[in-house]
Design a binder for this molecule. Structure first.
Ligand SMILES: [Fe+2]
Ligand SMILES: [Fe+2]
Length: 409
């Protein structure tokens, strides 16, 4: 294996060129010109300037308006109800979780992720020999777990800021009450993921450029519903799918318990998001404005599907030994990533339909992308966190024994 410390200048340059190509590929991947235009400034800050990786705080300016209501009307019973549930289900991460659990991230008896998640023996085709169950395999699984959990952590920080901003700008008083509980929830999620990564896995990765781009775009957008759509529906929808899969397959008990708590909070957040947006999209937008949201949601869903490829792990461990393209193919066809895309869209697509963003105009786009099959599933207003967990527990264990390379569509 080539260590990144020993890379030659040529290899480094090649890596840099690859990274620029990757950034430029966003231009070809987003087919809707208006959506592309709206993402470009954020993509430049994410991919070219790499603001999330400079080791200094990032400042993001937002021009949204804080909405005050001096009448304090109880204006949305469903949100008031969620607020009540959120108050009753608060938990203290220092008390609820057993932080004394001894976690060895490379213990083969208690793996963070099953072998099948990445199936490292597939790397033999590109000249890298990592046998199942070897130290290298366990180390790779440790890296991939840390990378994913690091992205969860950075996403949670995005959610913390988005929840605070949305609490200011929503027009329902009940929405503000509920939003305040979400701000608390997200702070706790940042606390638990950061604690787990730094105290138990001893590894923390930078934010991925794609995730940075989407968070940056949402933070800069003045429109509250775009922050909501991006964070509550898209990123939280993705996160719920990923948390659910991790919860299902990990054998590490502290992580499993931690995810169980987080999933219950997140189910409320997505529920809040779909009630607010369904109402807003039904009454407050022109058809042109609605179409803009429909196109944006579709393009961002595809971006999220296609671009989370653990490049930070590649750069740390494999740059120079195999090309970025080879790595992308390995990640995209990994059984765990295939499963991940499946669970992610199972959660996301019904919600997009529920809020009116997957209508007849959009159906053929989703069908072409192979995503329409998820549209009939339960949306967030029909699923509590407990039901979601029961559903996960009842499913057969995914991936086990499945180490074949599946073609990526
Ligand atoms: Fe969260
Ligand atoms: Fe959340």
């Amino acid at each position: 294996m080539t260590d990144s410390m020993n890379l030659s200048t040529t290899e480094r340059l090649r890596g840099q060129v690859d990274a620029y190509k990757e950034a430029a590929s966003i231009l070809t991947e987003v087919r809707n010109p208006a959506v592309l235009l709206s993402l470009l400034p954020s993509a430049a800050r994410g991919f070219l300037v790499k603001r999330g990786k400079q080791g200094v705080p990032t400042l993001m300016r937002s021009g949204h308006e804080a909405y005050f209501d001096w009448t304090y009307t109880e204006d949305m019973p469903q949100m008031r109800d969620l607020y009540r549930r959120a108050k009753q289900n608060q938990w203290d991460a220092e008390v609820a979780l057993d932080w004394s659990t001894d976690v060895d991230p490379e213990n083969p008896e208690v793996p963070l992720l099953p072998y099948e998640f990445f199936a490292s023996e597939r790397m033999r085709d590109v000249g890298i020999d990592i046998r199942r169950g070897s130290r290298e395999d366990l180390r790779l699984r440790h890296d991939i777990s840390s990378w994913m959990l690091s992205q969860f952590l950075h996403g949670e920080q995005g959610a913390l800021h988005a929840a605070a901003q949305v609490t200011e700008c929503v027009q329902w008083m009940d929405g503000k009450f509920y939003g305040a509980t979400q701000v608390m929830d997200e702070a706790r999620h940042v606390e638990v993921f950061h604690g787990y990564l730094t105290k138990k896995l001893n590894k923390l990765y930078d934010i991925n450029d794609n995730l940075f781009t989407i968070i940056d775009a949402l933070m800069h957008d003045d429109r509250w519903d775009m922050k909501f759509l991006g964070m509550q529906i898209m990123i939280e929808g993705l996160a719920l799918g990923a948390f659910g899969l991790f919860y299902k397959v990990t054998q590490e008990p502290l992580l499993k318990e931690l995810l169980k708590y987080v999933i219950q909070d997140e189910a409320r957040h997505v529920h809040y998001g779909v009630i607010a947006l369904r109402e807003h999209y039904k009454i407050a937008l022109s058809s042109k404005e609605l179409e803009e949201r429909q196109d944006w949601a579709f393009e961002v869903a595809l971006l999220m599907r296609n671009r989370f490829m653990a490049h930070e792990v590649y750069e740390e461990r494999f740059q120079g030994a195999l090309s970025r393209k080879q790595w992308n193919e390995l990640v995209l066809s990994a059984p765990g990533m295939t499963e991940f895309r499946q669970t992610m869209f199972e959660r996301l697509v019904p919600n997009l339909r529920f809020i009116g963003l997957l209508d007849r105009r959009m159906e053929h786009h989703y069908a072409q992308a192979g995503l329409l099959k998820y549209a009939g599933g339960k949306d967030a207003s029909q699923l509590t966190g407990d039901e979601m967990l029961a559903d996960l527990d009842a499913r057969p264990m995914p991936m086990v024994g499945d180490t074949t390379v599946t073609a990526f569509h």
